[in-house]
Design a binder for this molecule. Structure first.
Ligand code: NDP
Length: 340
């Protein structure tokens, strides 16, 4: 069967497509320009006509995805601005509703749509450690955005974009439940790390989450900053990009996943945990710069404020999560191979 993957040149989308192709699916990726597709075609050349690329120049335009969704069996919608400058809410919401609308009108063969939402749509600011589940919504971010508008911080804008796009998707499905051939599954990943297979020229051109990882865990120029931060409560939760791509495929394949919101998350981390893990790799990574050391050992003293309950992902999708050691090892192997 054939799956549309929007935002095909992204960090997560490339792994989603790779996992699908490796499991025998055909993939139709959407990109914003033909030029952005060139690297993808080369990377997946061995799959021949099993990979198609189509240009969807502006996902906010009405009917933008009409052609892209014709004749396919499923959609994985990942395209959305991630900590970009300017408006994030508009493209996130319009792109998501737009692709659903195209699926309503032209996707008669579609059975399942998977939308990549985020843990950002789940958590809210709290003053004590809290475990979040699929019942939780980050409405505080939306309130802050309504109050602050364009002056809101990028965190507030991004979180709002993910809440409103996901809420919009659920409302769309409810409103059109009698007219659609498909159902919706939403995956809510936390910070996504791991090796990159999308087009990346240098560390500064990594996507947002992978760039943060490189800056904090591999770049000694930042190590003073890291040492300071690692004494603070900078602890979030993470998932390996390869586990996330598997979660997307399972979300597409598993009948019981229809209509479900599913958190995809491995567990908490602080930067110092990753730094210590990198420093204990055997053999040690051979990078062009020495590894940062931060403040060895202090990571375990940090308390996480935002825990995620991932039992639903295990129950419905059968997810098993890679370890911190495996993700860190493979990410550093990727840096090494790139000569960083
Ligand atoms: P990337 O930045 O690598 O990929 C984002 C993709 O979305 C790119 O293909 C990009 O295209 C496209 N895109 C961004 N803005 C627009 C726009 N205005 N119009 C059309 N396309 C656009 O990010 P990730 O792979 O990390 O993120 C993919 C999805 O996963 C997003 O929905 C994100 O919210 C979600 N997510 C990511 C997490 C993470 O830690 N990485 C955590 C939780 C959720 P182009 O290259 O042309 O800009």
């Amino acid at each position: 069967s054939k799956v549309v993957v929007s935002g095909a040149n992204g960090f997560i989308a490339m792994w989603v497509m790779r996992d699908l192709l490796e499991h025998g699916y055909s993939v139709r990726g959407t990109v914003r320009s033909a030029q952005k597709g060139e690297y993808i075609s080369k990377y997946f050349a061995e799959y021949g006509s099993k990979l198609e690329l189509v240009v969807v120049e502006d996902i906010t335009k009405e009917g933008a995805f009409d052609e892209a969704v014709k004749g396919v069996d499923a959609i994985a919608h990942t395209a959305s601005p991630v900590y970009t400058t300017g408006d994030m809410v508009g493209p996130a919401v319009k792109g998501t509703i737009g692709i659903l609308h195209s699926a309503l009108r032209f996707g008669q063969s579609i059975k399942r749509i998977v939308y990549t939402s985020s843990g950002s749509a789940v958590i809210r600011e709290v003053d004590q450690p809290t475990t979040f589940t699929e019942e939780d919504w980050n409405l505080k971010a939306v309130d802050a955005f309504k109050e602050q508008g364009d002056n809101a911080s990028n965190i507030v804008k991004y979180r709002t974009s993910k809440v409103l796009a996901e809420q919009g998707a659920w409302s769309f499905v409810k409103e059109h439940q009698h007219d659609i051939s498909w159902d919706l599954t939403v995956v809510n990943p936390t910070f996504v790390f791991g090796p990159a297979i999308h087009e990346v020229a240098d560390p500064t051109s990594l996507n947002f989450s992978a760039r943060l990882f490189y800056n904090h865990v591999a770049d000694p120029a930042k190590s003073d900053e890291v040492a300071k931060q690692s004494l603070s409560n900078t602890v979030y939760t993470w998932i390996d990009v390869r586990d996330l791509s598997e979660a997307h495929r399972r979300a597409l394949e598993t009948p019981e996943a229809g209509g479900e919101r599913i958190i995809a998350s491995t567990g908490p981390w602080s930067w110092q945990n990753f730094i210590d893990t990198a420093n204990s790799l055997d053999p040690p990574p051979q990078l062009s710069k020495p590894l940062p050391r931060g403040n060895p050992g202090v990571g375990s003293q940090h308390s996480c404020m935002h825990y995620f309950d991932n039992t639903k992902s295990q129950r419905i999708l059968g997810m098993k999560y890679r370890s911190m050691a495996e993700m860190t090892r493979d990410t550093f192997a990727d840096y090494e191979a790139r000569g960083w």
